[in-house]
Every structure is written in structure tokens, then in C-alpha cells.
Write a protein of this length. Sequence first.
Length: 497
Amino acid sequence: MEHYDVAIVGYGPAGATLAHLLGQCGVKTLVLERESAAYHLPRAVHFDAEVMRVFQWIGIADEMDPKTALHPGMKFVDAEGKLLLDWPRPQGEGPQGWRSNFRFHQPDLEEVLRTRLIARKEITIRTRCDVFNMDDQGDRVDLRFEDMSCGKVERVTASYVVGCDGARSLVRRYIETGMEDYGFHERWLVVDAILKKDKPELGDHSIQYCRPDRPTTYVRGPGMRRRWEITVKPDEESNEISKPERVWELLVDWLTPEDADLERTAVYVFHSLVADEWRKGRLLLAGDACHQTPPFMGQGMCAGTRDVANLYWKLALICQGKVTGKAAEALLDSYESERKPNAREYIQTAVRLGGLINTAGTEAALRAALPSTDGSARMESIAPPLGKGIGVGDLAGRLFGQPRLTDGRLMDDVYRHQFVVVSEADVAQGLSLPDGVALVTTNTSNAADHLARLGARATVLRPDRYTLGGANTKEELAALLALVLPNPIETQQPERV
């Protein structure tokens, strides 16, 4: 019977990204997907700089960048079009080495992810394979699935199984976990349209129309793609409101059939849920399988990418035998303890935004609900730290920026999948580095800016580029280095481009 280090159930963006990351670390991985091909219609439409940085690690960022659209920010307006609240997004290269936000077409991303995976010898992709049973034996998981192309039932074993199988996750059912419910469950009509000609009056900003009778969201996509998300009232039938003639009535303020073609109309129920348990033994969850959010923050796919970025290097260390026994259990436990508070904060903020879109009719209400530091009706992006896990002190679990090295290259193009010390030169002088740990000093062009933003003279970065903590002296930095796991992750050396 074939054995794999990791079996991934689900081949969406989270599952495919996890497969890339594990493959780069030499982890023998099986991906099982029920469908024969990626879904051909748009779903997620936004990702942020942290996600693009992960795409940089797996070598697809430069290919994806030209397929995206600029995202200058979001505006909240009332029924008369008056600006209630502004949520601007910085343009140009930001702390992560990329611009802050991207609009994209999900089928484009999935095509790039899947095409690049084909060449990875460590990864086996099985589509049209329906997993129906998994049995955690303590030292492995037995998996049974049907190859739907021929009706044959097959068995494999894996050291770990990661459920990236969406909101109706089978793996979650085997974990037998409940869900924390944050109270947002609403039907929204999602309309994807392709313009026949440019309509610059629609604008590049996302717009939340805070209309008491019909809250609506407008989103600009790449190229001629545009999206509207429209509240469905309790007395409206989903199949009626999604008919083309009714959709055009709802879009009359923006579009006519002469302006665009409807690519898709569908009614979705937006949820706000977080799984109570993300792990049971050798079974783990990631992405929509363990959390679901309303779309108002644009963080659904982002959260799944953060999950797998947190998880991959921990699984790699364990599968390579670098971390064993109780230490391995603690390392896997840190996945949920770190990621859940971060995901929860994004979801709770999205729920608050959804409530404002539905009820706020005045600038005063928005000011009270989302006050900015200067008292204006402006919103700033959040960046919640990780929960308690690996690291020490108040500066642990912070996402760190990506310095450029002296030759101009971004740090992660040179140091992938390893721990990195970033330090002022005098603090790092005479420092003894464990094998495989890299050193970046403030002799580089902008490392000092990143340390200043953290509020420390030195830090140690994990492979996912979150901090182990902050240090201001040689002794404090040495103590942080002692937290580095016993050995670096063995990786294939990336191509230098």
C-alpha cells in the first residue's frame, strides 16, 4: 500500500498552495480532489500582500502579478452617494515587498497553481477521487477513496491528513468538532459581469452602498470583470432573484444589458464560523474547512493561505524527523493556538462591517462604530498578531516585513523555508548562528525600517515570516535563537533569478 507523508483532501487554492510548500521541502504529498477540473467561474476576488508573499515563495508571484488589478481601497456611501467612510489602501511596494492588495480572477490563480504543480516529483495529484473513509491508527491514517473515473476503491496511508475540502469538509466531520458561530448568516446575490466596453464611471474602488432597502457591494476585477453583491430580502426566492431579468432590474443604477454580459448569478449564504478544533490526532483542517467569513474584508482565501503558511513548515520538520515525540505534538498544537485568534479577529471585523452596511445610514454611525485616530470617518487595515504559540514576549507572532538585500533582491528570494535573524549590525556582532539560520543586518537598504516598525533592534523570523520575539541586546537575541527548532528544514535550493 502506498504511503505518503501528507495527504491533502481538496485541491482549491489552500490545498494547492500547501502542496507547493510541502513539495519544496521534499515532503511526499498526495492531493485528492473529487472534481475533475478547477471551478471555471470566479469566486474569491481579493488577496493581500501577505498572500502574494507566499506566492513568491512558491514561484508564482511574478506570473500572477500581471493578471491582477490595482485596488486603491473601499468607500462606504449612503443611498444618495454621499461618502460615509473611506478605507484607502496604499499603492506601490509595501512592507511585504509587494503592493498591499490585489484584485484577481480565481480561475487564473488556480490554473497557475495547478500547472506549476505538475512538474513537482514529490507531489501526486489525483482528481476525480472521492474520499469516503479515514481511520487514524495512531502512527498513520488509513484513507479510502473511490476513483470515479473507473469506480475502483483504493487505499493509501499517510502520516498526516489535512482537510482543505471547504465548508462541507469531510475531514472536519471525522474530527467531530463543533463550530463557533458569530451570528452572521445572510443571503446575498453575487453577480459577475463582463463589460462590453469600459465604464470608467464605475471606478476602481470597491464601494459599499449602505442603502437601508438594499445594501450592495461593487467590486472592480481585472480587465473588464466587475462584481456586485446584493442583499436578498427574507421574502425573496433565491431562484427568482437570480434570473437575468430580475438581475438587470437590480443593476439598473450601474449597468444595462447593452453595457455588459452576465457571467454568473448565484445566491450565497454568507456565514461567520470558526471550528472549535482544528486538529484531532493526525487529522488537521485548513481554509474554509475550519473558518468561514462574510466577504466584506476580502479575507476568505487570505485566511486559508495564512493557515497553510503556518502549517507547512511544522509538518515538514516533523515528517523529516527533525522534531519528534512531545515536541512534535506541541508544534502541531501551536497551529490552532496561533491561527485561530487571527482568523477570528478578521471574521469578527467582517461581521461588524456587514452590520454597518445593513444598518448604518449616517456618517455619525460609522464614525462611532469605526473611529480613526484623527476622528475622521476613515478605516485602517488590521493586522492581528498570532495567538500564543512559538515565541516569547509581546513582540512574538508579528508578521515581519521583507527587506531588500544589498544586491536589491527581496529577502525571501534568497532565504526560503528557513529561520532568519534580522538585526542591527552591532547586536548581531559575534553571534553564533545555528546551522541553516540566515542573518540579515541593517546594512541592507531597509531592514532598519522593518525593525523600527516592530519596535526592536533584532528579531528572529520563522519560515512563515512571523517573529519569535524582539530583542534589544546580544543576550536577548541569543535567547531568541535558542527557540529555533533543533534543525533547519531541508529544502531544495530555489532557482536564483
